[in-house]
Design a protein around this ligand. Structure first.
Ligand SMILES: [Zn+2]
Length: 305
């Protein structure tokens, strides 16, 4: 393999560093498969691929893998594509659902959520909080009219539950049964399900951003890291009303800062305290404990000193 051009761009040290990094990609459909191949072509050395699907004929027009891979698990198809680009890459494949393979999470340096449905995204979110992992999520809107990508950091900002509540207000039902049914890529403006997937070329615009933001996170401590203006990028592929009164022109994008919800039950302090204590304490019990030394107290002390 000749990495001269990437090396000239990133530098020898950065490329060597990327070879040590591990990207976990959960969901190897249209977006996830594109992210996997793109990161392999950018010098990332290690991959953990998790998906329980098999390549079917209907996937071929919207997937990095083609007819040669029909009938194979998507993770195996994508592992082969990675090896064709970077034979030295280490690829671990898991045919299954993330819920059953959370033990793989600690090995990941960054998590790419390639799943469409909201249910598995919430599972990934909770696992990321537990294992202190940063994850990059992407969503493609109906008919590929646009999409969004967000970086959910392990140490600051909103968790995915805060984020989704803020950005998908009125569209997502936070009950476990509700979220399992939802695929916001197929939710129409009136909240009804409209199974109209987008064209591959519109999906990969969103996926390319997801790959880039995952790569940028890995490069955080290097000279080629770029500071992004916010945690969320909303992209329009056509004239798209991003939010009320704001219509974006085709191929434009807008950065949006989604704040953390201090009341969030998933990433809330009480939850973290319970995690840290590693005890089975109910939220009611914790609330009854009164004052607890939260992280913010330490931060204030640090700033005050
Ligand atoms: Zn949260």
């Amino acid at each position: 393999m000749n990495w001269d051009r990437i090396e000239r761009l990133l530098g020898e040290d950065v490329l060597a560093y990327l070879r040590t990094q591990t990207v976990g990609i959960i969901g190897l459909g249209s977006g996830g498969s594109f992210v996997a191949v793109s990161l392999a072509m950018s010098g990332v050395g290690n991959f953990i691929l998790i998906d329980n699907d098999v390549m079917e004929e209907t996937n071929v027009v919207r997937h990095a893998a083609d007819l040669r891979y029909l009938g194979q698990p998507k993770v195996e198809a994508v592992a082969d594509l990675i090896k064709q680009r970077n034979p030295e890459a280490n690829v671990t494949t898991v045919v299954g659902r993330i819920e059953d393979h959370l033990d793989m999470m600690p090995q990941m340096d960054v998590v790419v959520a390639g799943v469409d449905k909201e249910g598995p995204k919430y599972t990934i979110n909770e696992a990321c909080i537990k294992y202190h992992k940063t994850a990059v999520y992407a969503g493609v809107y109906e008919r590929g009219e646009g999409g969004d990508v967000c970086v959910i950091y392990h140490d600051e900002g909103p968790c995915y539950a805060c984020w989704a509540e803020h950005l998908r207000e009125g569209l997502s039902d936070p009950t476990p049964n509700g979220v399992e049914e939802l695929d916001y890529g197929m939710i129409g403006p009136d909240g009804t399900l409209a199974a109209e997937p987008g064209l591959w070329l519109h999906v990969v615009r969103v996926a390319a951003t997801q790959a880039d933001l995952a790569l940028n996170y890995l490069l955080e401590d290097t000279t080629v890291h770029r500071q992004m203006p916010a945690n969320t990028l909303v992209m329009a592929n056509t004239h798209l009303e991003i939010y009320e009164g704001k219509t974006a022109l085709p191929y434009t994008a807008e950065w949006v800062t989604v704040p953390r919800n201090p009341e969030c039950l998933v990433c809330g302090h009480l939850h973290r305290v319970a995690e840290a204590a590693n005890e089975q304490v109910s939220l009611d019990e914790l609330a009854g404990l009164g004052h607890i030394a939260f992280e913010d107290d330490d931060e204030q002390e640090a700033k005050g000193s």
